[in-house]
Design a protein around this ligand. Sequence first.
Ligand SMILES: Nc1ncnc2c1ncn2[C@@H]1O[C@H](COP(=O)(O)OP(=O)(O)OP(=O)(O)O)[C@@H](O)[C@H]1O
Ligand SMILES: [Mg+2]
Length: 212
Amino acid sequence: MVFSSGSIKTHALKGISFEIQKGAFCCITDASGHGKSTLLQLVGGHMKPTSGKVFIDGVDISALCDTALSEIRAKKIGVVFQFFNLLPYLTVRENIQVAMMFTKLSAKKQRERAADLLEYVGLSEKANARPNELSGGQQQRIAIARALANDSDILLLDEPTGSLDSEMEEDILAQIKKTHKLGKTIVIVTHNKEIAKQADIHFEVFDGRLKI
Ligand SMILES: Nc1ncnc2c1ncn2[C@@H]1O[C@H](COP(=O)(O)OP(=O)(O)OP(=O)(O)O)[C@@H](O)[C@H]1O
Ligand SMILES: [Mg+2]
């Protein structure tokens, strides 16, 4: 993956090839700026590789048009971005409901599920707030609620507990493990050594390359 800004080119990932089995718990660690977030965003189809391919369930998502890709993402992938990426003009509740757009749930059920998830992350009272009215940790909890909303098969989590206190971190990590036990595939970027130890696959990204 090469990023170009004017004449400056950054080779964020180089010659990476790997496979994650359905239902695996995969952990990505390493120092800052080595390509972890780029890797996760490529896997989730949130950016297209400048070379190479990304397959999800046998479909080359790097070759799909934006509409087809959005649908696959919405149906199969829940994601917590490192910088949350909440939609600023929507309320907290709406941010969670947007993730259920492609589910078969009725509007009423979507509202109920959003309310349940808000209760789970302890932010029911913020349902009608806008993201910019929340603290960093609160935004992270909303991003987690949104990622869980559509009960997707694949969960991609980019340092999902980086802005949380240790109690909340334990709670969220326990939830992620529980989600994994339901048969979901988890790919998590984290500095939490305990999580890394428990993973089925542990990738270290160094200078854009994988150490497995
Ligand atoms: N949109 C972009 N445009 C240009 N360069 C980028 C872009 N996104 C990432 N990069 C560069 O790609 C490299 C890898 O960045 P990435 O965000 O994937 O690292 P990271 O391992 O997630 O870092 P951190 O631990 O700090 O989150 C860095 O050199 C970064 O500056
Ligand atoms: Mg990152």
